[in-house]
Design a protein around this ligand. Structure first.
Ligand code: FES
Length: 298
């Protein structure tokens, strides 16, 4: 690996080489704290604001948050080191997160991550020498229906391949404007952190929030007139032994109508699965869509 990685600062110890936060940032930290009935509730967005200015959570940033909220630096450092979205060393212009959790991994996430490590000549949580890309493997992003996914500054790039991911990072490094698969333009890491801090960039409505794979189940339910029971109906079904909770109630209950109910449920599950497969057959195969999306959008 040719990248040089600075050592993480000790949380709360302060970075002697870094100046204190700018006055405007201090004012914005106070503004964030005032948005909440309990000021310490603002700590998470405040740490994002620190990252938007400093590029990571510096000691100076920890001290500033502690001062504004009347907390100890240990309290703030404890939060900053607990959540993986807070970084303890500088992040590049683009944080590229490759999901290597179970579904994405088996669909190609592991291969994408290995390819990017080779292509960028960095390891996990390391930044390229030009400061453009930080590569990290990330856990499930709740986009399993688009597996394998890559995130750039938390924007989704769906159904990626090793080739499309390499194309994506090359376009980012060249300075080309890049749009996520579902439409949103990718901004820099620091710009994204400012939005996460609670200072909108008026681009929240770019693109769509949910695409066809996510909405498929909803569409099938609408086509068939399926609706979820109200809480009252669910409680009634549960208490009458015909609802979703009946199988959990008493595993030893094999008398009465229980065998019949289980068989009936099984039949319904099989029917639903068959209907879902039928509906899926009418949509493009996800992997072909993946290649197209990857080449087109990534
Ligand atoms: S496993 Fe990758 S988004 Fe869920």
């Amino acid at each position: 690996m040719t990248s040089v990685q600075p050592q993480p600062s000790a949380p709360g110890s302060g970075d002697a080489a870094l100046p204190p936060l700018p006055e405007q940032t201090m004012a914005e930290l106070v503004e964030l704290a005032a948005r909440y009935p309990q000021p310490r509730s603002a700590l998470l967005p405040m740490l994002h604001l620190v990252q938007s200015v400093e590029g990571y959570v510096t000691g100076a940033g920890i001290e500033a948050c502690a001062e504004v909220l009347g907390l100890s630096t240990a309290d703030v450092a404890g939060v900053a080191t607990f959540y993986t979205m807070y970084k303890r060393r500088p992040v590049g212009d683009y944080h590229v997160g490759v999901c290597t959790n179970t579904l994405c991994a088996v669909m190609g996430g592991d291969a994408i991550f290995e390819r990017l490590k080779d292509h960028l000549d960095v390891g996990n949580d390391e930044t390229t020498e030009d400061g453009r890309i930080t590569l990290e493997h990330v856990e499930c992003n709740a986009a399993c229906d688009y597996a394998p996914v890559v995130m750039v500054n938390w924007e989704f790039f769906d159904q990626q391949t090793p080739d499309s991911a390499v194309g994506l990072v090359d376009r980012l490094r060249s300075g080309e404007e890049v749009a996520a698969t579902r439409g949103a333009r990718v901004c820099t890491w620091r710009e994204a952190e400012r939005v996460l801090a609670g200072f909108p960039d008026d681009r929240a409505d770019e693109g769509v929030g949910a695409g066809e794979p996510t909405l498929l189940g909803l569409r099938i339910a609408r086509d068939r007139g399926w609706t979820a029971p109200t809480p009252e109906q669910a409680a009634e079904l549960d208490s009458s032994g015909t609802g979703p909770g009946e199988g959990r109630a008493d595993p030893s209950d094999s008398g009465g109508t229980a065998p019949y109910r289980r068989a009936d449920q099984e039949t319904r599950v099989q029917e639903s699965a068959a209907e879902t497969r039928d509906a899926s057959d009418r949509t493009p195969p996800s992997h072909e869509g993946a290649t197209a999306a990857g080449e087109e959008d990534a």
